[in-house]
Design a protein around this ligand. Structure first.
Ligand code: 6GU
Length: 244
């Protein structure tokens, strides 16, 4: 997968050199480039913002550097390729595991990181002629810019690409992959500060272990995230069928 990020804070994306995503980049599974929006300004002060028409607080990102930056990114791709342009915004579509899977199927993602009060509206209108534009939000709270969203989305999407996570099995029994939270996990020692590992886990009975784990997932989801349980199954945990 190819990923381009346009930002005024390229250093903010430094963590993408680390860990799983860093390794995937070095092995060629992810081709990721970060572009400094200020490289696409033409004035001595490398200005990217200005006061809003109509008045009001804060500054708005001017369209010209964005237009040039997006032209530059697009020109580096093959002819006829329409990348997915993701614009991080608190007013965007809420990012979740289903959207991570959707984006993992794309060949090319481009992130446009706004700062200040946002990017001149005409940028996304004009970009829609050449990109499939999606506004994306991490949740209902306010960040200072889109860079943290790029880190979160790139990690969630990147780990779904074939070969990025070593053990493909560790992808399936995750929280949110099938709508339930994960079961609790334990390792050695068997007793720690007076707390014992649940005996079923050391019983060697794999059917009982699978049943116990499934029930734990249902109970945790009902207790911590009842919104994840479909209305039809939002019954008391006691009534839920156990399907190991
Ligand atoms: Cl994607 N951007 C900003 N600025 N704030 C946010 C967000 C994104 N998601 C939640 N809050």
């Amino acid at each position: 997968m190819r990923i381009d990020v346009v930002t005024i804070f390229p250093d903010y994306l430094a963590p993408l050199d680390l860990s799983l995503i860093g390794r995937a980049r070095r092995s060629g599974l992810i081709d990721l480039a970060v572009h400094d929006l200020r490289d696409f300004t033409t004035d001595r002060h490398r200005t990217v913002d200005d006061t809003p028409y109509g008045g009001g607080a804060g500054m708005v990102m001017r369209p010209e550097p964005w237009g040039r930056a997006l032209d530059h990114v697009l020109a580096s791709g093959g002819p006829g390729v329409r990348p997915r342009l993701l614009v991080p915004s608190p007013g965007g579509r809420r990012f979740d595991q289903a959207m991570a899977r959707e984006l993992a199927a794309e060949p090319w993602l481009v992130f446009a990181c706004g700062r200040y009060e946002g990017i001149d509206e005409r940028v996304q209108v004009e970009a829609a002629e050449r990109f499939d534009v999606t506004l994306v939000s991490l949740g209902d709270y306010v960040l200072n810019g889109g860079e943290v969203a790029v880190l979160a989305v790139t990690e969630a999407v990147g780990r779904l690409l074939p070969g990025v996570v070593g053990n493909a099995e560790s992808l399936v029994e995750e929280s949110h992959e099938d709508g339930l939270l994960e079961y609790p996990v334990y390792t050695k020692p068997p007793s720690w500060r007076g707390l014992d590992v649940p005996p079923v886990l050391v019983s060697g009975d794999h059917t009982r272990i699978a049943t116990w784990r499934h029930r734990q997932r249902l109970e945790r989801t009902a207790a911590r995230r009842p919104d994840l349980l479909a209305p039809a199954s939002a019954a008391p945990v006691e009534d839920l069928e156990i399907v190991p």
